[in-house]
Design a protein around this ligand. Structure first.
Ligand code: ADP
Ligand code: MG
Length: 483
């Protein structure tokens, strides 16, 4: 092996090969730790959305000879995982544990799970994987989610786009509740390091001589906790628990848009803590003033402390990040490959990192050095997705040309079928070909509501099923835009 791959991976592969050669099954803790790493890596590779949609519900049944069995609760999920992730699971497992030759994906629940202690009383209520993956926060008794040990200040690569946010985060970690820095509001696009910085703050605070109590949770979790407390008639306890911390961090606050009661509760908690001189750190995908849908008074208060923006990465920063991650993994990655990745994967550091990890794992598995040609091959799926970056403006122009209408009608209020239909097609293609959200697409089409876009998308899909000629026209446009 000429390239080590990640801290856990080297360890796992080496230590375990010895144990398993004796023929005995790996001890459950070791297997559980390997499984946690496989999950962690896969999650890092695929990103949160895919993870939550498809992969989160996987549980480990156990190992039998050279075969790992993974369970999913439904046949649908099982088929999906078999169809889309079987190879990755197998590769990741093999990198962890040389004994593994095959990964079998089956339908099954917690009851059949070999690694689950049969007597565990709460097994019915908590998802089975909490026993296996300590990084997952579901079902834990205490309030806050655990911090990811990899997300430290030392592990954060600083460059122009993020230096201000980084400095603010450091400042809060060193002197929580300083005037002017409370609340600290971090915002920026997906995968630019918001969560990383929050965990780093938490970790730093935990290391202090007199550690303070830090609660970190996603806004989603905040909501679930709150709802659970209402159901259990224990809202007082919920409030007290939250208000007893020194530092409260709530991640991805945009999740609270449209959840009025939870917002209200958060607002009160927020005020109580700030009034008591406690530090709040919040992240969101937009600045407080752009978070329309949050109550005005909450937005005003959120903007009262320090607001720090994580800007899109530059090529230089992406290179630095890749270099740091490769060095950390102890892997030798040629500069050409790093440049190639930094050119191709520009929006999301998580994907950048995932791609690099994939290259490293692949090289380690096959005992080959990492090369540019190899990288193009291994990452062809990721790269294809990034090559196809079409803008909404291009889509509008092409569609308007095709139907011979004015470009301005893409944004106009005219509802005549002759312009409304092409406009719908353009919305449909925008959804298909770009990573824009429905509200973002709506905005580009004369500030239309996201429900209008949603309707357009389903209407066009419906028409394409009914009308072959129409379907061909749309497909043709799509191919033209992709090519
Ligand atoms: P966000 O919360 O903004 O969506 P994350 O904090 O989850 O993004 O970051 C996504 C991934 O990218 C994480 O694995 C994180 O460690 C990594 N990452 C992002 N920015 C940096 C950076 N500047 N240096 C090192 N790693 C980074
Ligand atoms: Mg995040």
């Amino acid at each position: 092996m000429n390239a080590g791959a990640g801290d856990g991976m080297e360890q796992g592969a080496g230590a375990l090969a010895e144990v398993s050669r004796g023929g005995a099954a790996a001890p459950p803790e070791q297997l559980a730790a390997q499984w946690a790493r496989v999950r962690g890596r896969l999650q890092a590779e695929v990103g949160d959305v895919e993870w939550r949609t498809w992969l989160r519900q996987m549980t480990l049944a156990g190992i039998d000879g050279d075969e790992i069995t993974i369970l999913l609760p439904t046949r649908f999920l099982r088929d999906w995982i078999r169809g889309h992730y079987a190879d990755r699971l197998q590769a990741l497992w093999q990198a962890e544990n040389r004994r593994v030759r095959r990964v079998d994906v089956r339908v099954g629940g917690a009851a059949e799970s070999l690694s689950a202690p049969a007597h565990e009383a709460s097994a019915e209520h908590s998802p089975p994987d909490t026993r296996v993956d300590p990084r997952l926060d579901v079902g834990r008794a205490d309030m806050a989610a655990p911090l990811d040990a990899r997300f430290t200040f030392e592990g954060f690569v600083v460059g122009k786009p993020n230096e201000f946010a980084y400095a603010c985060a450091r400042r809060v970690a060193e002197h929580p509740s300083s005037p002017g820095f409370n609340p600290l509001f971090l915002y920026g696009g997906v995968g630019l390091g918001k969560t990383h910085l929050m965990h780093a703050i938490g970790q730093e605070l935990g290391r202090r001589e007199r550690p303070c109590t830090v609660a970190y949770m996603s806004a989603e979790k905040f909501m679930y906790r709150f709802i659970a407390a209402i159901r259990a008639q224990s809202t007082m306890e919920f409030k007290e628990q939250l208000r007893s911390v020194d530092v409260l961090m709530v991640d991805d606050l945009q999740f609270l848009i449209g959840k009025d009661n939870t917002q209200e509760e958060f607002f009160h908690t927020f005020n109580a803590l700030v009034d008591a001189g406690k530090q709040i750190v919040v992240s969101a995908d937009k600045s407080p003033s752009d978070l329309s849908g949050l109550e005005d008074r909450l937005r005003t208060r959120l903007g009262c402390g320090m607001v720090a923006d994580l800007h899109a990465t530059t090529f230089e920063l992406r290179i630095s990040i890749l270099e740091a991650k490769a060095a950390r993994a102890g892997a030798v990655v040629p500069g050409k490959v790093l440049e190639f990745l930094a050119h191709k994967i520009t929006t999301n550091v998580r994907e950048l990192e995932g791609s690099l990890n994939r290259l490293i794992a692949h090289a380690a598995l096959f005992g080959r050095p990492i090369t540019l040609e190899g990288a193009q091959e291994v990452l062809h799926d990721v790269l294809r997705a990034h090559d196809r970056r079409v803008t909404i403006e291009e889509i509008q122009r092409k569609v308007a040309e095709h139907w011979n209408i004015r470009l301005a009608d893409m944004s106009s209020a005219r509802r005549a079928r002759a312009v409304a239909r092409p406009r719908q097609v353009a919305m449909y293609l925008a959804k298909q070909l770009t990573s824009r959200s429905l509200p973002e697409i709506g905005r580009k089409f004369g500030n239309r509501d996201h429900t209008t876009v949603m309707h357009a998308v389903s209407r066009v899909a419906e028409l394409m099923e009914q009308d072959l000629e129409f379907a061909e026209r749309v497909e043709l446009l799509k191919r033209m835009l992709e090519g």
